[in-house]
Design a protein around this ligand. Structure first.
Ligand code: EPZ
Length: 421
């Protein structure tokens, strides 16, 4: 298993391009199951999770090529409608094939995702929505077994926002008989990217980008091409790297509107930001880091996927800050590792209280999940001395060549393959 060795304290400078969004790419890939033919997905990030999804699609009968950042899919020869545990245990987002397979083929057998590093992540909203659309669903031996003649339109109200359930049910509704309303739908940019893709395929969707989606089912969809939106979480992570190392950098190929809540908090913390159409420049050279409390929420609120990175930043702020996660109540496995680097963080229920310290000091730390590992890399960039971040396979799930991007900006970071852990 690989590790990162980081020599902290080096300032960053220059420009780096962000990759396509993991959390857009995964549903976009799944949507190709809704029609036979040739699809092209541009700006696809080369991530372990994307490879896992491509291998699952291949298991279902999809032929694919992945050249540069373009994925080409041929979905004319679907031979299976099952997503085995072997795939789903590696990536919860495999659940995204459930809606398309059921809606197009009338059947699907998808393993229930297990828990993840920070606890259970249910799929009850996915299942209850498909049942309301007419699916017969049973849970047998850890699998969701779903059948239907043809799904029918209905009204679905989400008690709370769910990105995955919104995406899955929107894809299912695209081929249903009649109109489906998704009330309290997720508005994340990745869901908007998916809705636009479905529209290009011939789906009829009103309310894109709002919490009320109206999908009028059609009898068939056609293949299409789409550009994956930039990864707002990678962009936010790189901006915090600059803030923690008191650097000035520019990130390109990103859309500031997708990240406005994080940018606003960075400015509250004292960072200077400038924007063009597709770049964000952060000037943190003279930054006197102020404490800023955050509470995560559905888009356009502060994203839970930036919570760990924000805690890392606040470890060096002048004072006490509170970080509350309202989406995942126990997503704090990064805290003990950050404390090993000299941070002073206490977690109570779904809130972390961070008492800023004057410095962090390098140590060996263990990645536990994707965004936790990102927070450890950020802390290592600012810590005095050497930090080793172990088990970076977690990070490779959602960041494309992060160490190369950071090194191109001047960071002292190298990947060491095959480490003892
Ligand atoms: C997506 O996960 C993202 N993953 C997550 O990013 C992100 O943290 C999450 O949305 C929230 O923004 C992908 O897009 C592949 P949810 P998802 O359904 O769809 C509960 C990362 O780091 N819930 O919006 O699984 C759930 O437990 C990953 O890139 C139910 O109760 O998240 C959570 O508390 C991590 N029942 C809340 O809703 C359900 O049926 C939001 O989950 C579904 C979800």
């Amino acid at each position: 298993m690989d590790k990162f060795v980081i020599e902290g304290g080096k300032p960053l400078s220059g420009t780096v391009q962000v990759s396509g969004a993991k959390n857009a790419s995964l549903p976009l890939l799944s949507a190709s199951l809704l029609s036979g033919g040739i699809f092209k997905l541009y700006n696809t990030p080369r991530l372990n999770d994307v490879i896992t999804m491509l291998k699952l699609l291949e298991h279902l009968g999809v032929e694919y090529s992945f050249s540069g950042s373009t994925v080409e899919l041929n979905t004319a020869g679907i031979t299976h409608t099952d997503a085995p545990y072997e795939w789903v245990k590696k990536m919860r987002a495999s659940i995204y094939v459930l809606g398309p397979l059921l809606s197009r083929f009338g059947q699907a057998k998808v393993s229930l995702p297990g828990g993840c590093a920070w606890g259970p992540r249910p799929v009850d909203l996915h299942i209850s929505g498909l049942k309301k659309m007419g699916a017969e669903i049973s849970i047998e031996n850890g699998y969701i077994i779903a059948t239907c003649k043809r799904l029918h339109g209905t009204k679905i109200n989400f008690d709370h926002s769910s990105v995955g359930a919104t995406g899955n049910l929107m894809m299912a509704a695209a081929l249903a008989q009649g109109t489906t309303i998704l009330n309290n739908a997720a508005m994340e940019p990745e869901i908007t990217n998916l809705a636009r893709f479905l529209t290009l395929m011939g789906a009829r969707i009103n309310g894109i980008g709002t919490p009320i989606l109206e999908i009028e089912g059609v009898d068939a969809l056609q293949p299409a091409e789409i550009h994956t939106i930039p990864d707002r979480i990678e962009a936010g992570t790189l901006l915090i790297a600059a803030a923690m190392t008191r650097s000035t950098i520019t990130i390109s190929g990103c859309n500031d509107i997708h990240l406005y809540s994080v940018l606003a908090k960075l400015q509250d913390a004292g960072a200077k930001l400038n924007y063009t159409d597709d770049t964000i420049t952060i000037d943190a050279q003279e930054l006197e880091l102020k404490t800023v409390d955050i509470s995560t929420g559905p888009f356009p609120g502060f994203p839970t996927d930036m919570q760990a990175q924000w805690i890392a930043l606040m470890t060096l702020a002048g004072g006490v800050s509170t970080i509350t996660d309202t989406i995942y109540l126990d997503r704090f496995s990064h805290v003990p590792e950050l404390n090993r680097l000299g941070a002073n963080i206490i977690v109570h229920d779904n809130s972390a209280t961070v008492r800023g310290v004057s410095k962090l000091t390098g140590a060996k730390v263990m990645s536990t999940d994707l965004r936790a590992s990102a927070s450890l890399v950020l802390a290592g960039l600012a810590a005095e001395g050497i930090t080793e971040v172990l088990r970076v396979y977690h990070l490779d799930r959602g960041y494309e060549k992060l160490e190369s991007k950071l090194a191109s900006l001047g960071a002292g970071i190298t990947r060491v393959s095959g480490s003892e852990y």
